[in-house]
Design a binder for this molecule. Structure first.
Ligand SMILES: O=P(O)(O)OC[C@H]1O[C@H](OP(=O)(O)O)[C@H](O)[C@@H]1O
Length: 320
């Protein structure tokens, strides 16, 4: 698929879900590298940089996107020739896709251990990683009931109930605002993540934070299923995760909005759940309490404090 086409499909959410977005982006970069008509290495690097920026501009919140793009673009600066650079992009992209799919499988195995026979699980949105845990627990023969939310305004809950139904899992479908009223029946909340900060806060689909708050009040555990590339290295520098605000037309039809003079329709797509409302984060490297998010950033994403200090110096120089 062409790079611009992939970017558009990510922007319109035809391709969605933090992991799927990351895999689609690296595949688009590899395809672009194969066909990029560059006469020398410098032209290739700048063409690839432009392509990376087009992809990064599609959706701002899911950190899997910049992490995946970084993984593919990193070897470009070390390459000595154009064929070597082209080859490195392809190899890195293939490796990312393989390891991403493998990570989801590992998360399913590890996450399923935290789901017990007889659990009533609440999930929100349509997370590949969270669903993988639930489906694996079911596959292992655990008797589960799942509550799935609708997920206004884009209705990702419809995808979730289809997947649960296909697997033969007993499922109740509820509107987002019904969460607190059914929380006393829920024994475990399992959700995905678009980004996890260094202090263990979880950025996920709008509504996750109030689900976690209701779970906290009811003393119900909250498990987050997230690959290590959902952890946000730059939050070590104090950078905040940008929360995407999507078109008001997703929430209220324009013909109605047009008649309302004093009403502004807001459509934040994500919210932030503080670490204190999260009990466990299941990654492909193991399950950790949110307080250990920094260890994932340091050990598995390969970003250490020296990298950040160098980055800070560079940022200051650029500002001067
Ligand atoms: O990577 P996986 O686990 O599939 O999804 C992680 C998260 O990405 C989705 O965002 P959107 O629907 O693209 O806005 C949801 O917020 C979901 O929880």
């Amino acid at each position: 698929m062409l790079l611009n086409e992939t970017a558009e499909r990510i922007r319109t959410m035809e391709i969605r879900g933090a992991g799927r977005i990351a895999r689609a982006a690296v595949e688009a970069l590899a395809g672009y590298a194969d066909t990029l008509d560059a006469t020398d290495l410098a032209a290739f690097r700048s063409g690839m940089q432009e392509a990376a920026e087009t992809l990064l501009a599609t959706r701002p919140t899911a950190v899997s996107l910049p992490n995946a793009v970084h993984a593919v673009m990193a070897p470009l600066s070390a390459a000595d020739s154009l064929p070597e650079a082209r080859d490195a992009v392809r190899r890195r992209a293939d490796a990312f896709v393989t390891s991403s799919l493998h990570a989801v499988e590992r998360i399913a195995d590890i996450g399923a251990r935290h789901i017990s026979d007889g659990d009533t699980v609440l999930t929100h949105c349509n997370s590949e990683a969270a669903l993988a845990c639930i489906l694996e627990a079911h596959r292992q023969g655990k008797d589960l009931t799942v509550y799935a939310t609708e997920v206004r305004p884009r209705n990702q809950g419809h995808l979730t109930i289809r997947a649960l139904d296909d697997a033969g899992i007993r499922t109740s479908f509820i509107i987002d605002s019904a969460v607190r009223s059914i929380m006393n029946r829920i024994t475990l909340v399992v959700v995905g993540a678009d980004a996890i900060t260094v202090n263990g806060a979880v950025v996920n689909k709008i509504g996750t934070a109030q689900i976690a708050l209701a779970a906290h009040e009811a003393r119900t555990n909250v498990v987050v299923a997230a690959e290590t590339y959902k952890f946000a290295p730059r939050t070590v520098l104090g950078e905040l995760i940008e929360i995407e605000e999507r078109s008001p037309a997703e929430v209220l039809p324009e013909e109605i909005a047009r008649t309302l003079k004093h009403v502004t329709v807001r459509n934040p797509a994500f919210d932030v759940t503080p670490a204190e409302y999260v009990d466990l984060i299941v990654t492909e490297k193991g399950a950790i309490p949110p307080e250990l998010a920094y260890t994932i950033i340091r050990e598995y994403l390969g970003w250490n404090i020296e990298d950040f200090q160098r980055q800070l110096v560079l940022d200051h120089r650029n500002q001067d």
